[in-house]
Design a protein. Structure first.
Length: 231
């Protein structure tokens, strides 16, 4: 005679409970081996944003994590601007709007205790006739004549960048980009690229002789140049 054993229905819940406990323990162990992939740095794109006055453009915050992966942060980012209401506004969602053309502003993006900054500028539309002048705005020599200076003594000279917008002369010195070429073999020639007008360009003592060119660029216009002769 064959005897059949009948399993009690009470043992199945106990087995299931044991399985749940084992799974929970394994999950806890896995969490210990694989910690959260935390944010370690932020970057604003584009890194040097520009926007026309009266128009808007979007900014992006990219995060780098512990495992060196990168991703676009679409939420949880706080945006601020040092030029709010005067140069560049930025919305809570990272939309930058040009308010004025009188300089630059520092844009800051922050998330999870990490922050990044970028220098933003607002520029005028319909700008033409970019010119480099000496002295101060509307009182100097325009266009600038050749600056001749002794390389053994060095010195400095003040320039400003003037343009025409809607028929009106405007000072775009602090928004424009200034450079000097070529690089001298001895000494330096540089323009400060400061946030004030006029711009101060300096020939160090001593600086090798030769012709040099100051170049000014402004969005939407043809670059302007001025000459330096070091003798």
């Amino acid at each position: 005679m064959i005897t059949r054993r009948r399993f009690s229905g009470k043992r199945l819940p106990l087995a299931l409970a044991f399985g749940v406990l084992v799974a929970a323990a394994m999950g806890a162990a896995c969490n210990g081996f694989f910690p959260d992939n935390t944010l370690v740095s932020l970057a604003i794109q584009p890194p040097s944003p520009q926007v026309q006055v009266g128009q808007s453009t979007g900014l992006e915050a990219w995060g780098t994590y512990q495992d060196n992966s990168r991703s676009l942060l679409t939420s949880g980012v706080a945006w601020t601007s040092s030029g709010q209401d005067s140069t560049v506004d930025v919305s809570p969602s990272g939309v930058m709007t040009g308010v004025g053309s009188g300089g630059s502003a520092t844009i800051t993006a922050s998330s999870q205790g990490i922050s990044a900054t970028a220098t933003a500028t607002a520029f005028l539309g319909n700008v033409s006739d970019l010119t480099i002048c000496t002295g101060t705005f509307n009182t100097g020599t325009c266009p600038a004549s050749t600056w001749t200076i002794s390389g053994s003594k060095g010195g400095s000279n003040d320039y400003y960048a003037k343009a025409t917008s809607s028929g009106t002369a405007v000072d775009v010195t602090v928004v424009a980009s200034w450079s000097v070429s070529p690089t001298p073999s001895t000494g330096t020639i540089q323009c400060s690229n400061s946030d004030v007008s006029p711009e101060t360009c300096t020939v160090a003592n001593p600086t090798s002789t030769g012709p040099y060119v100051i170049t000014v660029t402004y969005p939407g216009t043809t670059p302007a140049t001025a000459s330096i002769t070091v003798d």
